[in-house]
Design a protein. Structure first.
Length: 287
């Protein structure tokens, strides 16, 4: 990063530290506080990569969140967005993929503080124990959660969600049978493993090119309450509550804080995701 960019970024961060909470408080007074939903993948101190945050950095972020925000679950995020009732600065926490090392530090930390979390897993990898291809290709086949670990997490209060059957990339062409296998039939299979309903879905990669209409309709057809993207956006009260927009839990604390304290400039760059729900779906009228 050039010296000028570093200076500008530092200046923007300072402005957000001062103005962000004030703007958020004004919006909250009207019930309109935008809600960031954070997503992480792996909290660990070995084999760092682009989808890993250290335990120290993660704990710093969690301490900041629990002292500055109300930490809520995805169902409450959706209620506040749907009813335009966001009167306190709030955030939600999610994880994608199902890395076993999250049971060593990150999830116990959240449970110890009583913070809700939704943990999205890819069904085939949970059942087989097979590492993700990108980890195997890097020569570091990172361990995956077992079904027994997921049941223990669910019993402890961690919400388990579906991240497709095989961590599929929906930006590639896929027919109706494959979409059904990845979402529609995988949902009850994961529920059977857990012994409880699965309520939410997160698209692997989660960028606009993955969020196709057919796949989103499959999420609704599976009886799920909503789907998560991952391209960086706020959940603004009064908007579509079936689509849960998420922000990366950036290890860089300045960028992380800039997002959660509400940088209104981010709203100008958010892509629009077009889809249609079945007419009888509860969210169809409020999309």
């Amino acid at each position: 990063m050039s010296p000028l960019k570093t200076i500008l970024r530092s200046a923007r961060s300072r402005v957000t530290q001062v103005l962000g909470p004030r703007r958020l408080a004004r919006l909250a007074a009207a019930g309109d506080a935008p809600i960031p939903v954070l997503f992480y993948h792996r909290v660990a101190d070995t084999h760092p990569n682009d989808w890993t945050i250290s335990s120290r950095d993660f704990e710093r972020q969690i301490d900041f969140l629990r002292h500055s925000f109300e930490v809520i679950g995805l169902d409450e995020v959706q209620r506040r967005v749907r009813e335009r009732d966001s009167r306190r600065p709030a955030v939600a926490i999610t994880f994608d993929d199902g890395y076993a090392e999250n049971c060593d530090f990150a999830l116990p930390l959240l449970l110890r503080h009583g913070l809700p979390c939704t943990y999205f897993v890819a069904l085939d990898h949970i059942e087989s124990g097979r590492p993700f291809p990108h980890d195997a290709a890097a020569g570091i086949p990172l361990p995956i959660n077992t079904a027994a670990e997921l049941r223990d997490l669910a019993n402890a209060g961690i919400e388990i969600g579906l991240h497709t059957r095989s961590h599929i990339d929906f930006s590639q062409p896929h027919g109706p049978a494959e979409i059904e296998r990845e979402i529609t039939t995988a949902t009850p299979e994961l529920s059977a493993i857990l012994g409880r309903p699965v309520r939410h879905f997160a698209f692997p990669y989660g960028l606009p090119q993955q969020l196709g209409k057919a796949a989103i309709r499959a999420v609704a057809a599976a009886g799920l309450d909503g789907f998560c993207s991952a391209f960086g956006a706020y959940n603004v009260p009064g908007r579509d509550a079936f689509h849960i927009r998420r922000v990366h839990g950036d290890p860089d604390f300045a960028r992380f804080r800039n997002w959660v304290q509400f940088d209104r400039r981010k709203l100008r760059h958010e892509p629009t995701i077009h889809y249609d729900l079945p007419r009888q779906h509860p969210s169809a009228a409020t999309r």
